[in-house]
Design a protein. Structure first.
Length: 215
């Protein structure tokens, strides 16, 4: 049996995925999480074989959650669910450590096949996407100067960027991340400098375009 942790910020989506997966003889759902932060906690507590990870979630998106989970639990495989099908976006997900990438309109058979494949150490992408091998090679061979702008941000800067785009004030972000307001202001300036974006509206549009938030 392959144990699965479901991570999605919508209760109905998690419930639906649980019902679908529990009908599969080779899969068992061991837990759920509503955002990236909860996913980190549940991954530590439950040690699943595979995490089914949504990308657009509040506070910590699926790409950053995948990156942190793979850093601390490299044995856990991650299957990412997304509405985005652009090549650069898929490469970002693979670089974060995911072993499978599925579009949200994929058939149940594709989802089950992806979970079984990565549970056995393989890799899987939606049939509508180019071959996994080609994308994996491209992701590993990209030079530093060609990596997406978000890859130039630190882990903390990515967290601050997402919270800014979600509409949180500087004080609220400082409380959420448990750091000082002055530190948040420094991070915001560094983010704007690295992305060459000078307004909060611009940062928000950037996050939406890159799939870091749905707001």
């Amino acid at each position: 049996m392959i144990s699965v942790l479901i991570v999605d910020d919508q209760d109905l989506v998690r419930e639906g995925l649980r019902m679908l997966l529990e009908a599969e003889p080779d899969l068992t759902v061991v837990g759920e999480a509503g955002d990236g932060g909860q996913a980190l906690v549940q991954a530590q507590r439950l040690d699943p074989d595979v995490i089914l990870m949504d990308v657009r979630m509040p506070h910590m998106n699926g790409i950053e959650a995948t990156r942190q989970i793979k850093a601390h639990h490299p044995e856990i495989e991650v299957v990412v669910l997304s509405m985005h099908a652009t090549r650069n976006y898929i490469i970002q997900v693979i670089q974060a450590g995911a072993s499978a990438y599925l579009l949200k309109d994929s058939a149940l058979e594709d989802l089950a096949a992806a979970l079984v494949a990565v549970g056995k150490g393989g890799m899987y992408l939606s049939p509508a996407i180019s071959t996994a091998a080609a994308l994996k090679n491209e992701a590993s061979g990209i030079s530093e100067k060609n990596i997406a702008d978000t890859q130039r941000l630190t882990k903390r800067e990515l967290q601050v960027l997402q919270l800014i785009a979600e509409g949180h004030s500087t004080k609220e972000i400082a409380t959420i991340l448990e750091i000082s307001i002055k530190t948040i202001e420094t991070h915001r300036k560094q983010i704007m400098d690295k992305l060459d974006i000078r307004t909060i509206a611009g940062l928000t549009k950037y996050c939406i375009r890159e799939g870091l938030t749905s707001l």
